[in-house]
Design a binder for this molecule. Structure first.
Ligand code: GCU
Length: 138
């Protein structure tokens, strides 16, 4: 497949809840991060071969203040935190992307809120560019 989607609501959630109280999400809901630094969602991302992949996080932020998150792959921080800026309201979703190196096999991708506001509402992680034949397609 050209990409693989991983829904936030079926990922591992630390200090957040699955919610459906806004429109426009994919899957069965989204994760509402607890408004605290350190809250995270962790995905198990499958790659058939080592190489560069694009991680695209679909999110909503109905405030005017960025909700930055630290993105780690197998425990290593990506070069930059993603900012997760305003999306006008909580029913409006946007994507923020970053390129990372994946190992062959299972990779742990974690998105951790770095401010006391917590993370944005997180709908899903889309992984593009990895050569995978076994990961779920939704
Ligand atoms: C509101 C909104 C939630 C959001 C929260 C927040 O309560 O309804 O979906 O997660 O604000 O500020 O994080």
């Amino acid at each position: 497949a050209a990409f693989t989607d991983y829904q936030a609501e079926t990922a591992t959630i630390s200090q957040g809840t699955v919610a459906t109280n806004h429109t426009g999400y994919t899957g069965t809901g989204f994760v509402d991060y607890t408004n605290i630094a350190g809250s995270y969602v962790e995905f198990q991302v499958s790659a058939a071969a080592a190489g560069t992949a694009q991680l695209s996080f679909r999110y909503a932020n109905g405030t005017t203040i960025n909700r930055p998150m630290d993105i780690t792959v197998n425990g290593n921080s990506a070069a930059l935190d993603l900012t997760f800026g305003a999306t006008t309201n909580w029913d409006t979703w946007a994507d923020q992307s970053i390129s990372v190196a994946l190992n062959a096999g299972t990779n742990t991708v974690r998105a951790t809120a770095t401010t006391t506001n917590g993370g944005p509402n997180l709908d899903r992680l889309r992984v593009t560019g990895q050569t995978d034949s076994t990961a779920p397609s939704t």
